[in-house]
Design a protein around this ligand. Structure first.
Ligand SMILES: Nc1nc2c(c(=O)[nH]1)N[C@H]1C(S)=C(S)[C@@H](COP(=O)(O)O)O[C@H]1N2
Ligand SMILES: [Mo]
Length: 202
């Protein structure tokens, strides 16, 4: 993934920004940087599914059309990348993960999100329920662009943005915690931007 250049504008204090909305060590940008660890996958929608797996089995799976037929919400959220940019008031069209998880019987405490291309990220189940996490397929009034995770990505804005898996294809429900892609490379297991949990040990 390409680092954000040092000369990136927007580090100065913007008088329009309420500083209480910006976590420690972050700066606000109006751009929407693209951060991808690999190439952008292009899965045709007719082959696309979103699955919830448990105990090595698929507990529930939705086609693209089935996902689109579920009730969606307009979500406005501030997002915070571990490379230090934050973007305020991003607007998404999304299905709450509560809606999806309500359709499976579950015992799990943890989830591992998995994506086309092999990316994974782990989250406590408590962080993807209770109206705090979504499957997002629209951004700013348009379909979510492939470089930003389209056709659909996770949106978990209360944690650093690496937890918001792009090109997500499902959730594996687990009884134990299992580190995902960046978490295995030394990123923090939980990733709370307000506690500046960037790396393991923070
Ligand atoms: N599948 C996948 N999801 C991913 C990533 C990735 O490399 N692959 N990068 C993560 C990181 S580190 C960030 S900051 C955000 C970036 O999202 P954006 O490119 O839409 O800004 O996606 C996250 N989700
Ligand atoms: Mo990131």
């Amino acid at each position: 993934m390409s680092p954000i250049s040092r000369g990136f504008h927007g580090r100065h204090r913007d008088p329009d920004v309420d500083p209480s909305r910006v976590p420690p060590g972050q700066y606000v940008t109006t751009d929407f940087p693209v951060l991808s660890a690999g190439p952008t996958p292009h899965t045709p929608l007719e082959n696309w599914t979103f699955s919830i797996k448990q105990g090595g089995q698929t507990a529930r799976s939705w086609t693209w059309q089935e996902i689109r037929d579920l009730p969606s919400q307009e979500v406005t959220a501030d997002i915070h990348c571990v490379t230090k940019w934050s973007k305020l008031d991003t607007r998404w069209q999304a299905v709450s993960l509560d809606t999806l998880l309500a359709q499976v019987e579950r015992e799990a405490q943890y989830v591992l999100a998995f994506s086309d291309g092999g990316y994974t990220t782990n989250l406590p189940l408590a962080d993807v329920t209770g109206g705090r996490a979504w499957l997002a397929y629209g951004y700013d009034g348009a379909p979510l662009q492939p470089e930003h995770g389209g056709p659909a990505r996770l949106l978990v804005p209360h944690l650093y943005f690496w937890k918001s898996a792009k090109w997500v294809r499902g959730l594996e429900l687990l009884g134990h915690d299992e580190p995902g892609f960046w978490e295995r490379y030394g990123y923090n297991n939980y990733g709370d931007p307000w506690r500046e949990q960037r790396y393991a040990g923070d």
